[in-house]
Design a protein around this ligand. Structure first.
Ligand code: 26W
Length: 832
């Protein structure tokens, strides 16, 4: 059936879409398209294909229906004079594409019918996709949520990152211990990406620089790299929700430049030839699995420079190709630095503008500072990147020269403003002169950007008051806050179709595009019928998780009538998963003292990966599993307490856990969690939060109502004072009987098959150091948990609080965050 779409129908973006089996969305057309792709791309007939192959055919079918928008949007970016936002991130934790694309294309219904009529189960096919785990945690996932919102809001944008061959490791739990497994996410190929060899660029490393002054006295420097690698882009469409915009995610892969390989090969230097190939391909081989802990590995800096340089060259190429003068680069491009990982970009853009495009320093600096803006995601000193000068000098000699020049001019400005203050100069310098001497990447990013933002109000305040205080004093107007957000498409519409349907029945589905509409749910909190519908939905979702875990985790059975108490996030001492365990042991001890104690049955769900080199985090995983082993099998407990560590936490596992939780654990030491985003996903899905006044918890509590939030613990200011005043955790141990019994039970080896040494590192740290004040917050936490247990007994009141939580989460949509960035930082228009 051939039907030509008239230009009018095609709307503003002038592409003529020819309705045929590659784009038609009727059930019949979809069935035909799936079978065609199965045959012509996968080379399988319907009956011969396994689910993985069928999934691939379906993925290509869905991708076909995105391509037109994608190509139109890319053309639109080039032709129209729109500013383009470039989100530079070393991590994009995208999660599986299929289900999300069906929601954004509004095709879930017809595709499910088509697949069913082809005797396949859409949910089984969706499970076949190996998710691109190209990130560690919060920072990477935030980048993914922001791509979804920018496309949905019509912000012209490109995500630039690294196409790691191996993403975040898969986690298996062996006898309670984390074991890391390689992530072969590409083993079945990736139907969602398109390789663009014609858009490859070359990137240099090492070597030396040569300065020269030409005949009319113009000084210039040439960088002669020792090695050159090729950056090949892979493009993935980022389709917005019900939007005609499909932006681009361009991920770079490093490969050997042909010439470089054959020359040596032909000259018989096989070692050299292969070495160069290995050197080149190693750069984008694997994601560094560290979260909040720098390792200072050379390969990491190579990765950061590689993708940043590729991306800037890609922008300049497009800029010049559409005939724009390089002097107007900052008018066309707004580059967001996702933490300091791409901040070498400040020096790289200066190099390109001066050395390759002949601009003078001041013009180049004006363009650079107007182009870049920087987001800080952590206050932890050990996570603030700084690179040894020696490494910089050997890997990026020209950039070091440029950084010295930036620093010299910057310190002059500081000297002018803060006369005779050498200590301030030393703190603000891009170079840390202590010991081995380092380049401070946060200082470079701040000096080279026109805007700097934190990711939650408290975090931005602490940035201004502490980590970047000197810069705030110099440039107060540079600092803004943009509280994080999460996309309601993946985290409610895709992950929780049950709750989505219940809400849409009441308030329509406008909330998916405009989350503030959730507030229309508020009146229904007083509607008994809706409350019972809501708690039924909640129970159905818990049963769905219980069935999944029963199937996937060797027969574990969860009681859907118990309280699902969940803590899922990277394992880190500041996130205090071990404080959660101290509560579990406290309840356990209470039952051991009085087996007939009437406690609220709880299922404690944990999930999260530990950085492979992070000893304490890995011991905490063992601690959770060991306590679980005892509690789950102790006859006195009689199944009233269950503890499960769900292996291999990921985006797709998160999509199953966030909707099913009753209680969300956000218990970090106040002042340590920059924002958190899991806290938002739980609340949007109706979970109540127990948490500290940290990161975005504060803003969530203010939004949902203090009475609908279980607050405990010291404030960030009290934490700071306690640390200054001198904190002696052992005194709390001695003065709190319940706590002492908990600690002593652990020390006795009761949870470690009698081995009293296994958890000694945890005990010793808690009694002698307790950097994250677990003991200081222990009693407040336990008292708060008792309130939670009490509240859960009145399920109708709990349901009311749950509905109000969801209804008041509108502002935590990543659409609102992107609107803030667009107004206050990027100065770009968004579609209403
Ligand atoms: C150099 C190693 C490294 C790798 C990643 C250092 C730091 C990081 C990230 C900044 C860590 C991260 O993901 N931070 C989290 O970012 C989220 C998004 O803004 C916040 O919600 C979390 O609070 C913050 O911990």
């Amino acid at each position: 059936m051939q039907k030509l779409a008239s230009p009018e129908q095609a709307g503003p973006i002038a592409v003529r879409v020819v309705e045929d089996d590659r784009t038609a969305t009727s059930k019949e057309a979809l069935k035909q398209a799936i079978l065609d792709n199965l045959f012509y791309i996968i080379g399988r007939t319907q009956n011969a294909a396994n689910d993985q192959e069928f999934y691939s055919a379906l993925a290509y079918t869905v991708r076909d229906r995105i391509l037109a928008q994608w190509l139109a949007t890319i053309k639109d970016h080039a032709t129209h004079d729109t500013r383009i936002v470039c989100y530079l991130s070393a991590e994009f934790l995208m999660g599986p594409y299929l289900a999300n694309s069906l929601v954004n294309l509004q095709l879930e219904g017809p595709v499910r019918e088509a697949v069913t009529e082809l005797d396949r189960d859409l949910d089984r096919l969706i499970e076949q996709e190996s998710e691109p785990g190209l990130g560690n945690g919060g920072l990477g996932r935030l980048a993914a949520c922001y791509l979804d919102s920018m496309a949905t809001m019509g912000v012209p944008a490109v995500g630039y990152g690294i196409r790691y061959e191996f993403g975040i490791f898969h986690q298996r739990i062996d006898d309670g211990w984390q074991v890391e497994l390689t992530d072969h996410w590409l083993s079945y190929g990736n139907p969602w990406e398109i390789r663009r060899p014609h858009r490859s660029v070359e990137v240099g490393f090492g070597g030396h620089t040569e300065a020269a002054t030409d005949s009319d006295g113009k000084y210039s420097v040439r960088w002669i790299p020792a090695s050159i690698v090729k950056g090949v882009p892979y493009d993935t469409p980022i389709l917005g929700y019900r939007s005609r915009v499909a932006n681009n995610l361009r991920l770079w892969r490093s490969e050997a430049t042909e010439s470089f390989y054959f020359d040596r090969f032909n000259s018989g230097d096989y070692q050299g030839a292969v070495a160069s190939k290995v050197f080149a391909e190693n750069i984008t081989k694997v994601l560094y699995p560290n979260d909040e802990e720098i390792q200072g590995k050379e390969l990491r800096l190579q990765q950061q420079y590689f993708f940043t340089s590729c991306s800037l060259k890609d922008m300049i190429r497009l800029h010049l190709r559409i005939g724009r003068p390089i002097e107007a680069f900052h008018e066309k491009w707004a580059i967001q630095l996702n933490d300091t990982h791409p901040s070498i970009g400040v020096a790289e853009l200066m190099r390109l503008l001066i050395d390759e495009h002949g601009l003078d320093w001041d013009k180049a600096w004006e363009i650079t500072t107007h182009t870049f803006s920087y987001t800080n995601h952590t206050l932890l000193p050990e996570a603030l990147e700084r690179w040894p000068l020696s490494l910089f000098a050997s890997l990026l000699p020209r950039h070091l020269e440029i950084i010295y020049e930036i620093n010299a001019r910057f310190l002059n400005e500081v000297r002018m403003r803060f006369y005779n203050d050498p200590a301030r100069l030393a703190r603000m310098s891009l170079i840390d002169e202590q010991g081995e001497r380092y380049v401070r990447m946060a200082n470079l990013a701040t000096v080279g950007s026109h805007k700097v933002n934190g990711v939650a109000e408290l975090h931005t305040q602490l940035l201004k008051a502490d980590v970047l205080h000197d810069f705030y004093e110099l440039w107060p107007e540079k600092f803004v806050n943009v509280t994080n957000g999460v996309t309601p498409r993946r985290w409610i519409a895709v992950a929780n179709p049950e709750q989505s349907a219940a809400m849409t029945r009441k308030i329509g589905n406008g909330w998916i595009r405009n989350l503030d509409q959730l507030s229309q749910l508020e009146p229904y909190a007083d509607d008994r019928a809706f409350r019972s519908e809501w708690s039924k939905v909640q129970r159905d979702v818990k049963v769905r998780l219980a069935n999944y875990i029963h199937k996937e985790c060797d027969g574990i059975s969860l009681d859907p009538d118990s309280m699902f108490d969940a803590q899922v996030k990277r394992i880190h001492e500041y996130k205090r998963q071990h404080l959660n365990v101290l509560h579990i042991i406290t309840l356990y001890n209470r039952i051991k003292h009085n087996p007939n104690l009437d406690i609220t049955p709880r299922t404690f769900l944990f999930g999260g990966k530990a950085a492979p080199g992070y000893f304490m985090a890995k011991l905490i995983i063992k601690f959770i599993n060991s306590v679980g082993e005892v509690v789950n099998n102790d006859p006195d407990v009689k199944h009233r307490l269950k503890v499960f560590f769900l292996p291999d936490y990921s985006v797709s596992l998160g999509q199953k856990i966030y909707p099913s939780a009753d209680l969300s654990e956000q218990i970090s030491t106040a002042g340590k969690e920059a924002s958190g985003t899991g806290n938002m996903k739980f609340s949007m899905n109706g979970a109540l939060t127990i948490g500290t006044l940290d990161g975005a918890n504060i803003e969530i509590r203010d939004a949902v109502g203090h009475e609908n939030f279980f607050l405990f613990g010291l404030t960030a200011e009290q934490v700071r004072q306690k640390q200054v005043a001198g904190y002696r955790p052992r005194e709390i141990y001695e003065s709190n009987a319940a706590l002492r019994e908990v600690i002593d039970t652990i020390s006795s080896g009761h949870f470690s098959r009698g081995d009293s040494n296994l958890f000694r590192p945890i005990i010793d740290d808690l009694l002698n150091r307790d950097q994250y004040l677990l003991l200081a917050d222990y009693q407040s936490y336990i008292d708060c948990q008792d309130k939670v247990s009490e509240a859960f007994r009145d399920i109708d009141q709990w349901t009311k609080m749950s509905i109000l939580n969801t209804a008041r989460m509108g502002r935590f949509s990543s659409d609102r965050s992107i609107d803030d960035y667009s107004r206050n930082i990027w100065n770009v228009k968004t579609l209403a």
